[in-house]
Ligand binder design. Structure first.
Ligand SMILES: Cc1cc2nc3c(=O)[nH]c(=O)nc-3n(C[C@H](O)[C@H](O)[C@H](O)COP(=O)(O)O)c2cc1C
Length: 200
């Protein structure tokens, strides 16, 4: 089945919740599946000690999950205004896909969660786009026709959905944040379908 890869890292669960909503949005588009995949935490010994299958949550992503997807939604907690190291580590292992152009022309979007509203969501989202642009992916942000962007008092940006998790990272997703996550999933999925039709 054709799928949109929803690839994310989450330490405390907020980005995980966002990923679930993005996948729901993907599956609102007939014929497309949202494939949730995560990455292991990075530590000096991660490759030596981490089991291949996590104790809970979706499986770890393989390079094939990425190369075979019809589109990509990439999610990360904000870490000092940037994406988290485990996700960057995974992306840094994709030079073969860059060499072969496997991701060129496929749609992609990004999402993030942070403790504070002005703590770097937008810098995280924009910098997450850069490796995807190097891979030749077509970046889909969110349009203001998703009117939640105009009214949200929590997360949500034109660069991609975001979530205000609060100082203890425990705030649930607001209704606007959920809708914007789903809107991103739908947008990537519809773009993938349109591109596939145009190519056939
Ligand atoms: C090392 C580190 C750096 C962080 N940097 C930021 C930051 O720059 N701005 C911010 O608002 N929150 C920052 N946070 C908080 C996380 O972005 C926030 O808790 C996020 O919602 C966690 O997502 P998760 O539940 O998916 O792990 C940081 C957390 C850690 C552990």
């Amino acid at each position: 089945m054709t799928y949109i890869l929803v690839l994310y890292y989450s330490r405390y669960g907020a980005t995980h919740e966002m990923a679930r909503q993005v996948a729901r949005g993907v599956e609102e588009v007939p014929g497309l599946q949202g494939r949730l995949r995560t990455v292991p935490a990075v530590s000096p010994v991660c490759e030596a000690v981490e089991d291949e299958i996590p104790a809970e949550g979706p499986p770890y992503a393989s390079i094939e999950d990425l190369s075979d997807c019809a589109g990509l939604a990439l999610g990360s907690p904000t870490r000092f205004g940037n994406m988290a190291a485990p996700l960057k580590y995974f992306l840094d292992r994709t030079s073969e896909l860059w060499l072969s152009g496997a991701l060129a022309g496929k749609p992609a979007g990004v999402f993030t969660s942070s403790s504070s509203l002005h703590g770097g969501q937008e810098t995280t989202l924009v910098t997450m786009m850069l490796p995807l642009l190097h891979q030749g992916m077509l970046i889909t942000g969110l349009p203001y026709t998703d009117t939640d962007l105009l009214h949200t008092a929590s997360g949500g940006t034109p660069y991609g959905p975001s979530h205000l998790a609060g100082a203890d990272s425990k705030l649930p997703l607001s209704d606007e944040e959920k809708r914007l996550c789903r809107a991103l999933g739908r947008r990537i999925a519809r773009t993938a379908v349109a591109l596939e039709r145009a190519a056939s």
